[in-house]
Design a protein around this ligand. Structure first.
Ligand SMILES: *Cc1c(COP(=O)(O)O)cnc(C)c1O
Length: 349
């Protein structure tokens, strides 16, 4: 007899991208990390760290961090919940707001983690396909009326943004909650934060993992009406965000100029990489994230190419998901890393 609960026995769980140990020489373009280091403010704050901070439990309300985030986003701290990465907040949303058997809706291709979370919580994941041209399936999502609907914008791995018009139509016409996952918001020019003020069923998720180069720190934020924030806080682990993360996160988010200058570099590199991959014969989709979705030319199998790159020390991401199984998602690295990628690709092809 397996000990695992019945409903968990048949599910696959989430498979995160490969994480080689720090210091290994691979060029890592598989999990959309920022290629630049975090703000120097992060290291300055770490040097002031008092052991007393570690002896004691952290502030369960993370008030100092929420104040910093609130100042930067221009929202009151009562409208902000903090999580151990936005992944934790995605889990909390399903645990707090979806009864067993109720539906968690999301378009696909998108972030596969939504599926894993829904399955673990005994929610019913319902995946609504983007069409072949990757048009957003607005009507189908509206018709599905999920207890919760997850929309990533910018969306990974496609790179598209979902228009504010479409998001607002969802907010206004869904009876359930709309979660707008803005993990890549720093790399685009629009965002849905204002919808939170207007619609009480909207939750916007942000993270320090991508734009702020802090994927290892694990900090994410939910911005929503205080009633929803209270519900999330009611079920969260009191100390999921540790004292160091709260301290470092506040310093990083306050250093907007540093983040913005890195983002500008990534955007410049994205344009160059887009051009260079297209010149190699790849089909490249326009992207508003720090990654590109590409399809290899001439029947070359995406998965084979991914493995050949891996054997040569370059990691990129392949998803076994309908619509993108013949494509690869490549994180925008530094110009040097991107040039090496293109060089290897040229040799391979
Ligand atoms: C990277 C990513 C996340 C995860 O963010 P963390 O804060 O690192 O947990 C969430 N959603 C999407 C769409 C992402 O790509």
């Amino acid at each position: 007899m397996p000990f695992l609960r019945k409903h968990l026995q048949s599910i696959a769980g989430y498979t995160p991208g490969e994480q080689p140990p720090p210091g290994s020489s691979v060029i890592k373009l598989n999990t959309n990390e920022n290629p630049y280091p975090p703000s120097p403010e992060v290291f300055r704050v770490l040097q002031t760290l008092d052991p007393e901070w570690l002896r004691r439990y952290p502030d369960p309300t993370t008030v100092a961090l929420r104040q910093a985030v609130g100042e930067v986003l221009n929202v009151h701290p009562d409208w902000i919940a903090v999580g151990n990465g936005s992944d934790e907040l995605i889990g909390l949303v399903v645990r707090a707001f979806v009864e067993p058997g109720e539906t968690a809706i999301y378009p696909m291709p998108s972030y596969v983690y939504y599926r894993a979370v829904a399955q673990v919580q005994e929610a019913q994941p319902v995946e609504i396909a983007y069409d072949e041209a990757f048009n957003f399936p607005l009507k189908e999502i509206l018709d599905a009326q999920g207890a919760v609907t997850f929309v990533a914008s910018p969306n990974s791995p496609l790179g598209n943004v979902v228009s504010i018009n479409n998001l607002e139509t969802l907010a206004a016409n869904l009876q359930g909650l709309l979660v707008v996952d803005e993990a890549y918001v720093d790399f685009t020019s629009t965002n849905a934060l204002h919808l939170v003020q207007k619609y009480r069923n909207v939750i916007v998720l942000r993270t320090l993992s991508k734009g702020y180069s802090l994927a290892g720190l694990r900090l994410g934020f939910a911005i929503a009406h205080p009633a929803l924030i209270r519900d999330l806080n009611k079920i969260k682990d009191s100390y999921a965000v540790d004292a160091i993360a709260a301290l470092v996160g506040a310093a990083a988010i306050r250093d907007q100029p540093y983040k913005n200058s890195n983002v500008r570099k990534v955007l410049r590199s994205r344009a160059i990489l887009h051009r260079d991959l297209a010149a190699l014969g790849f089909r490249v989709w326009p992207s508003e994230g720090n990654f590109l979705l590409v399809q290899p030319p001439r029947e070359i199998a995406a998965i084979a190419l991914q493995q050949q790159l891996k054997a040569r020390g370059i990691l990129v991401r392949h998803f076994d998901v309908a619509g993108v199984a013949d494509k690869l998602r490549i994180t925008v690295g530094t110009d040097e890393q991107n040039a090496q990628l293109c060089q290897r690709l040229q040799e391979l092809m």
